[in-house]
Each structure stands twice: as structure tokens, then as C-alpha cells.
Design a protein around this ligand. Structure first.
Ligand code: SF4
Ligand code: SF4
Length: 237
């Protein structure tokens, strides 16, 4: 049997001990809580990525995602191609009065259109205002934190490896084409300088021929004149 009043003394000791320690209670809303970056506060929609596949709405256990869409015909990308049809989003809404924040919709979205935001201050007086339409869901996107950095020792994703391989191949092809073009330009330049020499030789040959012809004509004329003169002189005498 214990000493009478020992329980009271123990309780007082605990009270005195904790009174001297710093309190961990956050005085919200005067002090904002420091939430982990991946907190499940609200869901943001990145509309550009949504293909209206309806997977999130089908998988949601609470049936609180509402999607409306219509089909549009897209003309063929190239002449002679086939027309395609695509889904166009008309409405995307989430009822946060029903949502149980399980995150299934975000997990199953195959196109990365849904994200968790740590924002939690969206309490409403009217429960109907807890249904957030696409514009409101888009606004939450600006509060979605950046994804965590990749582990430097992690294996490179297949998509990045394939993209790098394709980029290397393109760069090698471009370098080979540039080298080929440079070789062709050099060969053209060499052929051009060879053509100038040939024409120079041709000009020289032409000039020489002309000079020779002129000289011969002059000599013949002079000798003809001289002999004519000589004959004239003889006749006169
Ligand atoms: S978090 Fe869960 S309950 Fe909420 S919308 Fe997504 S799937 Fe539905
Ligand atoms: S699963 Fe993703 S892509 Fe499909 S409808 Fe939902 S948000 Fe859009």
C-alpha cells in the first residue's frame, strides 16, 4: 500500500516539470502551422493535362468528382490523313464536402492532371460552396509544391534515357551533315580556282595568237610595199 498523498505529489511533480518546458501548441490562426510539403490539403487540377479519360471519377470511392465533356472532330494533320475526334472538357468539379482525401484520384490519373496542395483554409459557411469547379481547382495548382529532387543515385528513367539517345543521334547526324557540307564547299572552291587558271591560259593563248598574226601581217605588208617600191623605182629608171 502506498503512502497516502503520494499520487497527488506525483501529479504535482509532473505539472511542475511540464510548466517549465516550452509549449508546442501553435496559436492558429495567429501562427501558421508548419506543414509537411506533401500535406493533403486540397486537390489542384492541371487542366491542360486532362484528357477526360474519366478514370479518376470512376475510381473515386465517394463519387465526388463530376466531369462533363463533349467530342470534337480534329482535321487531319497531313493532307490525305484521317479525321480524329477528341474529348473537350466542359466541367470538372470536386465536392470537398464528400471527399475523404484518400488520394486515389491523384494516384490513378495517367496524365498527371491532379496534384495535392497543402492549402487547407477553404472552410465555407454554405456546404454547397465546398464543391470546387475547374477554375477554383486550377487556382489550387499555384500552391502545389515543386516535386522533390531526384535521388542522384537512382537509375535513370527509361524515358530520359531514350530521349537522350535520340538527341545524341540527331546531334551526330547534324554534325555529319555539316562536315559533308563543308567538304562540298571546299571542293567547289578548289574547282573555282582551277577554272580561273584555265581561262587565264586561254586568254594568254588568244593574245599570243593575235600578236603573231598581227606581226606576220605587218611583215608581209612591209615586204610587199618595199618590193613594190623597188619595182617602181626600177620602172622609173
Ligand atoms: S481524394 Fe479520394 S475521395 Fe477525394 S476526390 Fe479523390 S478519390 Fe475521391
Ligand atoms: S484521370 Fe486524369 S486525365 Fe483522366 S479525367 Fe481524371 S484528371 Fe483527367
Amino acid at each position: 500500500m502506498g503512502i497516502p498523498g503520494s499520487g497527488l505529489a506525483k501529479g504535482l511533480a509532473v505539472t511542475l516539470r511540464t510548466m517549465t518546458r516550452k509549449s508546442h501548441t501553435a496559436q492558429y490562426p495567429d501562427a501558421q502551422p508548419e506543414l509537411p510539403p506533401r500535406t493533403r490539403g486540397v486537390i489542384g487540377l492541371f487542366e491542360e493535362n486532362c484528357t477526360v479519360c474519366m478514370l479518376c471519377a470512376r475510381e473515386c470511392p465517394d463519387w465526388c468528382i463530376y466531369i462533363d465533356s463533349h467530342k470534337e472532330t480534329v482535321p487531319p494533320a497531313a493532307p490525305g490523313g484521317r479525321e480524329r475526334s477528341r474529348n473537350v472538357l466542359d466541367r470538372f468539379a470536386i465536392d470537398f464536402a464528400l471527399c475523404m482525401y484518400c488520394g486515389i484520384c491523384i494516384e490513378v490519373c495517367p496524365f498527371d492532371a491532379l496534384f495535392w496542395s497543402p492549402e487547407f483554409e477553404y472552410a465555407e459557411e454554405d456546404i454547397r460552396d465546398l464543391t470546387h469547379e475547374r477554375d477554383k481547382l486550377r487556382e489550387w495548382m499555384w500552391t502545389v509544391p515543386a516535386p522533390p529532387a531526384l535521388d542522384p543515385r537512382a537509375e535513370e528513367p527509361k524515358e530520359i534515357a531514350a530521349a537522350r539517345k535520340a538527341a545524341d543521334k540527331l546531334a551526330a547526324e547534324a554534325a555529319a551533315a555539316a562536315a559533308q557540307a563543308a567538304e562540298a564547299a571546299q571542293a567547289e572552291a578548289e574547282r573555282g580556282s582551277g577554272g580561273t587558271d584555265a581561262s587565264g591560259t586561254a586568254n594568254e593563248t588568244e593574245n599570243e595568237t593575235e600578236n603573231e598574226t598581227e606581226n606576220e601581217t605587218e611583215n608581209e605588208t612591209e615586204s610587199g610595199t618595199e618590193s613594190g617600191t623597188a619595182n617602181g623605182n626600177g620602172a622609173a629608171s
